[in-house]
Design a protein around this ligand. Structure first.
Ligand SMILES: *[C@@H]1O[C@H](CO)[C@@H](O)[C@H](O)[C@H]1NC(C)=O
Ligand SMILES: *[C@@H]1O[C@H](CO)[C@@H](O)[C@H](O)[C@H]1NC(C)=O
Ligand SMILES: *[C@@H]1O[C@H](CO)[C@@H](O)[C@H](O)[C@H]1NC(C)=O
Ligand SMILES: *[C@@H]1O[C@H](CO)[C@@H](O)[C@H](O)[C@H]1NC(C)=O
Length: 206
């Protein structure tokens, strides 16, 4: 069975679905993407998604928006991340993993912040923690991969766990990595203009 499916292709937008296996893998926040519509083709986020439980996140890092994610607090994973693909101008950064204070405290800054210990219980209950991935057979799968982002800051911003789904190691480093490289190659070879990408994960509960 294929581990990934391409759902939709149009001139400027790509939608990928990356399956992950759920269960116990274990500023002022807005209920829409109005602050970061630029990351969606024709400024149009996907419609028809049952909004219950989902939180739009305009991914903010170092005082700038970098991409957008639709996050589910209880699933502790995003449904998708939307971004504009670009060739990286440097290496994959050393990953400092970050979390989003505004998911726990609606008045908190919407800047992503590096994990620290101990973490506040309200934060632990509002989103995935690094511990959720420890001792698991899953790796941290980027929906918006760092190497699809131009600047160092753009790339660092992808290291928020709200951009991550649990992904089998062999998939992450194997076919998925090949797919990500192939998208970049196609972009460089054939695209004149912006490539808008939406990559999603879906959960199979047992
Ligand atoms: C989006 O959310 C903001 C509050 O964050 C609100 O002021 C605005 O009216 C909303 N826009 C739409 C189109 O719902
Ligand atoms: C990552 O960290 C290592 C050791 O701290 C350092 O040697 C290396 O240059 C860093 N790489 C990047 C891309 O910053
Ligand atoms: C991971 O496994 C080790 C050894 O079994 C255990 O000591 C540790 O508490 C576990 N960590 C987590 C986060 O579950
Ligand atoms: C790319 O687009 C620009 C502006 O529309 C145009 O001037 C240029 O010729 C295009 N290049 C190619 C290779 O299509």
């Amino acid at each position: 069975m294929s581990q990934r499916k391409m759902l939709q292709f149009s001139t400027g937008a790509l939608l990928f679905l990356l399956p992950w296996f759920g269960g116990p893998v274990l500023g002022e926040i807005s209920d829409n993407f109005s602050q970061c519509l630029d990351f969606f083709y024709k400024k149009s986020p996907p419609t028809g998604i049952n909004a219950a439980g989902y939180q739009p996140i305009c991914q903010r890092y170092k005082n700038q928006y970098h991409f957008a994610s639709l996050y589910h607090r209880q699933h502790r994973a995003p449904l998708f991340s939307a971004y504009i693909l670009s060739s990286a101008d440097g290496k994959r950064p050393n990953s400092t993993w970050m979390y989003e204070p505004q998911l726990a405290f609606s008045r908190a800054s919407s800047e992503m912040k590096p994990f620290h210990t101990p973490m506040d219980n309200n934060v632990i209950e509002s989103q995935a923690m690094l511990q959720d991935y420890k001792n698991s057979t899953y790796t941290k799968g980027h929906l918006n991969p760092s190497m699809h982002q131009k600047t160092k800051q753009n790339r660092e911003a992808t290291f928020t766990l709200t951009n991550i789904v649990p992904q089998k190691a062999g998939s992450n480093s194997g076919p998925w990595s090949i797919l990500e490289n192939e998208m970049l190659r196609k972009f460089k070879t054939y695209c004149n203009g912006s490539m808008y990408v939406i990559t999603g994960g879906y959960a199979l509960y047992f």
